[in-house]
Design a protein around this ligand. Sequence first.
Ligand code: DAH
Length: 364
Amino acid sequence: MDDVIKLLESARNDIAKADNLQQLESLRVALLGKKGSLTDAMKSLAGLSDTNRKEKGQQLNLVKQEITDLLTKRKVLLEQVELNHRLKAEKIDVTLPSLAWQIGRLHPITQTIDELTAIFGQMGFSVAEGPEIEDDFHNFTALNIPPSHPARQMHDTFYLHPQQETPQEGNNAPPVLRTHTSPVQIRALKSLPKPVAVIAPGRTYRSDYDQTHTPMFHQVEGIWIDRQTHMGHLKGCLIDFVHAFFENESIPVRFRANHFPFTEPSAELDIGYGIIDGMIRIGEGDKWLEILGCGMVHPNVLQACDTDPDSYQGFAFGIGIERLAMLKYGIPDLRTFFQCDLRWMRHYGFLPYDTASSIRGLGL
Ligand code: DAH
């Protein structure tokens, strides 16, 4: 009798102490397995007298029942402990930054647009957007480029099929893929209260393809209209922009008279550069490179936007974004921007954490 009580007591003890599922399973085998101690005790019943066998048999059955219950309960508990442990260990902290070499990059165009937006934003411009499929009125006519104006030929326009359902404003010319971001000027001037100060970065399209032209490229348009805005504001704004963008206050800048139908007077802005050891060096040497077009908004454009040119005036500019990115980041071929080559992206792309800002720096 004693040995059964001893067996039960030590089993209770061992089960209570088992602190993992593996230990518990070994214990189960040692007690209830084929060669387990309780199994052995059961087997030994065969050698007992009838009365003894009955009594001991009943006792052993009770002990077996208790041990089985204890094992089951302990198992449920240990499984729960193990699960909690795993849940804790395998918890994913979604706020942790991922590993730098595993994450995607920002395309240099995205980075450059972020930088432009940071600079012009600080000057007081807000960002406007317009459609990439544009009507003739916004892309040409309202910008003082009437039908048959020679400037239309220079734009290598992609014309789309005429849309019967949406008649064009002013004439029934087919819609186009916008050839510049200037139509957003028109949309902003027509829809926003004055004074207006917006930039409009975005995609533009022209039918052209070589080392310096792709059929899709990016521009940023800027417009500032108020009652007394003048050429001095235009120059100050763009000179400050060039210095902030290239992070170099001493880059020489010059304005060269030019012609655009939508501005009068019009100019192009050149920055000074030189070729040193076969590389373009901005701000050094004696060469000039055109980076943007600008001018005072033509009265005809203001009128087309229901704005009285005797009360309001201002400046506009248009900048090619790829060219800026190529110059700042030393990217030699425009076509590679759109070839979706991952090696190129890893080399020229930017980590998403390096958000451009005029306070903590632009393209770090
Ligand atoms: N729209 C011109 C182009 O695509 C760029 C431009 C020049 C925009 C002068 C302007 C501007 O707003 O004033 O070539």
